[in-house]
Design a protein around this ligand. Sequence first.
Ligand SMILES: [Zn+2]
Length: 459
Amino acid sequence: MPHFHHTILAAAMLAAGAAQAATPTPAADAGPNTSARQADINAIVGEISPKRIEAYVNKLVSFGTRHTLSDTVSETRGIGAARRWIKGELERCGAGKLDVVFDGHLHPVDRRIARPVEIVNVVATLPGTQAESRERMYVVSGHYDSRRSDDADATGDSPGANDDASGTAAVMEMACVMSKHKFDATLVFMTVAAEEQGLYGSTDFAEKAKQKKLNIAGMFTNDIIGSSVSDDGKRDNSQVRLFAEGIPAVKELPDATRTLIQTGGENDSTPRQLARLVKEVGERYVPNFKVTIVNRRDRYLRGGDHAPFLDRGFAALRFTEPAEDFNHQHQDVRKEGNLQIGDLPQFVDPAYIAQVARVNAAALASLALAPASPADVKIITAKLTNQTDLTWAANTEPDLVGYRVVWRDTTAPLWQHSKFVGKVTAVTMPLSKDNVFFGVQAVDRDGNVSPATYPMPGR
Ligand SMILES: [Zn+2]
């Protein structure tokens, strides 16, 4: 009996033998259990606290304004006080584990920067513990700056509770909780400034990462993740949107992108592969909460801190609440009749932020425990066949147990089938490469799985 259709086979066995066995016998080569919830990741998800997140949001709002050009001398008001508080909290909660630094640069005057200003990110790094994986890193961010209706107004109140104290609080909570645990790869928890002036904080980090050739295998930004109530008053706390870019809109296509398009792989960019993994892991660890992948870079007319990473070739994604209320972002606090306008803490829902943080944390933990995505994956096209020959380079992690080939119909958004193939670097699949999309994932002994790598045609 062929065992390359695990999902279908298991269903058929269940239907046929429902009376005798509750669980189907796994095939001999099933490999480690890749769908079980792991105790350590469960613990992290359980430790994420809506109460602490609420306290972080309220404290951030208490600085009055966090405008990028606001006061930096006061201990109680302005962006300087805010970032010193963020740094202090991370140093306190992650003592001995997190390496917390101010990462700043002097930004010159431009259209939205009225005077030269120091733009400072607060970067907390949790170094990986496996030599083979330590250089691989995952970055999660929120922006701690805020704005008013007039984005040049650096003195008036701008609470920014949802945009983006929500994302900042989620990142702080993840940093504090996850620093108590160990991961093979490195995690970077970052809160950035000057998102509202032109993504300058994240651009500076992404550009330096590119210059230093850092191996950032994934990046998530959390921006406006604070409310489950949309502008029509409907509450939907059962999902979060995850924006994932396909083909970048550049004038000159890099060769790799051209090959992706030539083989129909426009839905298999690295951000889309990462998004599939985040959805799978996030929904496993956070029950009754859906990760709704949106196959585009961002919302219309909007941008975010993932963009500078995407523009430099890193796989980056954006988390945002399901339906925004535009009365509660980028607006001066005021009343219009009975309508309260402004980004106030009363309009954020800490329990909802915690759910989004749990999805982030589960995905980050799983990614940082898993091996790297296989490199140099090829689909061999030397001759015409109705099978598929796949090859790849061997991973180096000591806890690697093998590889998993995944595939789906060409019209399907998510992986539909998988086969664990063991510790090999070549496999022939009895399916036509013309009719499905394949991916290859690396698997460790605990069942942690890397994002899939799309095979490029090779000979
Ligand atoms: Zn924002």
